[in-house]
Design a protein around this ligand. Structure first.
Ligand code: F3S
Length: 293
C-alpha cells in the first residue's frame, strides 16, 4: 500500500514561517502577544495559549491597551508582539513600536511586496484599487500602507459601478488569496472602461498549487483523506475536488474522525490538508494509515 501526501499540504510558506517564529519567541521567556490569531486553527491557538501566548484580537483591543496602559505591570522591553503573515497597516506597526515593545514582524514577503508597491505608487500620485474583502485583515493592512486615496472592491457588480477619480492613473492589486478567475473578470471590466490602469496580479499561487496537486493525487488514489477545519472554506474546496475523481474520500478534522473502509485491491491512499492544518496532524494521520492499512 502506497501513501502519498501532497507536497503543499498544510501551512503555506508564510503561515509556517509565522507559526515557527511564535514557538521560537516563546523560548525567549518574554511576554508574547500575537496581533490576531497566528493561524485559523483551534488546536494550534489552544496549544499556544497553554504556552502563555496571548492574542490582541483587533485594533480596538490594541488601542485600549495603548491608552489604558494595561501592560503597566510589564516592562515594555519584556513584551514581544508578533505581527502575523497577513501584515498590519503602517500606523498600527508604528503605534506598537512607539510603545517600546519588541515587534517581531512575520508579514509574508508576498504581502510585504504589496505594501511596498502601494506605498510607492500612491506616493507618486496614483490612485490605488485593492480587489479583496474590505474587512479582511490583509486588505486592511494594505490600505493602511497607501499614501493617498485608495478604494477596495470585491465583486463584479462593484467593478461595473466603479468610477475612479478623473485624470488619475489607477493601480490595481489583489488580496493574495483572492479567486484568480474573479480577479481576471474584474480586471477585464476595468480595462473595458478605458481607464489608465496598471494591473499588478498579487495573488499568491499557494492555494492554486495545493488544489492542483490534490487533484493529481486524488485521480490516482483508491482513497483520499482530506484534513482540515470543518469551517475552513479552502479545505471544503479540496474535499470537493477529491470527491469529483475519487469517490472514497473522507474529510477529517482530527485523527478521531478517520473511519476509512478500503477495498482489498487498494494500492494508493492520498492525503491532503487545508492551509491551517499543522504538519504534526498530517504526520499523525500518515503514521496511523501506515500502521493500520
Ligand atoms: Fe501564504 Fe504568504 Fe501566500 S501567507 S497564501 S504564502 S501570500
Amino acid at each position: 500500500m502506497e501513501i502519498r501526501v501532497t507536497a503543499s499540504a498544510g501551512f503555506c510558506f508564510g503561515v509556517k514561517r509565522a507559526v515557527e517564529t511564535v514557538y521560537e519567541q516563546i523560548q525567549t521567556g518574554k511576554t508574547i502577544y500575537t496581533y490576531g490569531s497566528i493561524v485559523h486553527n483551534e488546536e494550534v491557538v489552544k496549544e499556544l495559549t497553554e504556552l502563555g501566548v496571548r492574542v490582541i484580537e483587533d485594533r480596538q483591543e490594541l488601542e485600549r491597551m495603548l491608552e489604558q496602559d494595561s501592560l503597566a505591570d510589564e516592562i515594555p522591553q519584556d513584551v514581544t508582539v508578533i505581527i502575523r503573515a497577513h501584515g498590519v497597516s503602517k500606523d498600527i506597526s508604528q503605534r506598537m513600536a512607539q510603545k517600546g515593545w519588541n515587534i517581531v514582524d512575520t508579514t509574508c514577503p508576498f504581502v510585504e511586496h504589496i505594501h511596498r508597491l502601494v506605498e510607492e505608487r500612491s506616493r507618486q500620485g496614483e490612485h490605488i484599487l485593492v480587489v479583496g474583502g474590505p474587512e479582511h485583515p490583509e486588505v486592511e493592512g494594505t490600505v493602511g500602507w497607501c499614501n493617498g486615496p485608495v478604494d477596495v472592491l470585491e465583486s463584479v457588480e462593484e467593478a461595473e459601478k466603479y468610477v475612479p477619480p478623473e485624470g488619475k492613473k489607477l493601480t490595481v492589486v489583489a488580496q493574495t488569496t483572492f479567486n484568480y478567475n474573479k480577479f481576471q473578470h474584474i480586471v477585464e471590466i476595468l480595462k473595458e472602461k478605458g481607464y489608465n490602469v496598471s494591473i499588478v496580479n498579487t495573488i499568491c499561487n499557494a492555494t492554486e498549487e495545493r488544489q492542483r496537486e490534490t487533484r493529481e493525487v486524488a485521480a490516482d488514489a483508491d482513497a483520499m483523506i482530506v484534513i482540515g477545519g470543518k469551517h475552513s472554506s479552502n479545505t471544503r474546496k479540496l474535499y470537493e475536488i477529491c470527491k469529483e475523481v475519487c469517490d472514497n474520500t473522507c474529510f477529517i478534522q482530527t485523527l478521531d474522525d478517520l473511519h476509512l473502509e478500503l477495498p482489498r485491491s487498494a494500492g494508493l491512499i492520498g492525503i491532503t490538508a487545508g492551509a491551517s492544518t499543522p504538519n504534526k496532524l498530517i504526520e499523525e494521520v500518515q503514521n496511523y494509515v501506515r500502521i493500520n492499512f
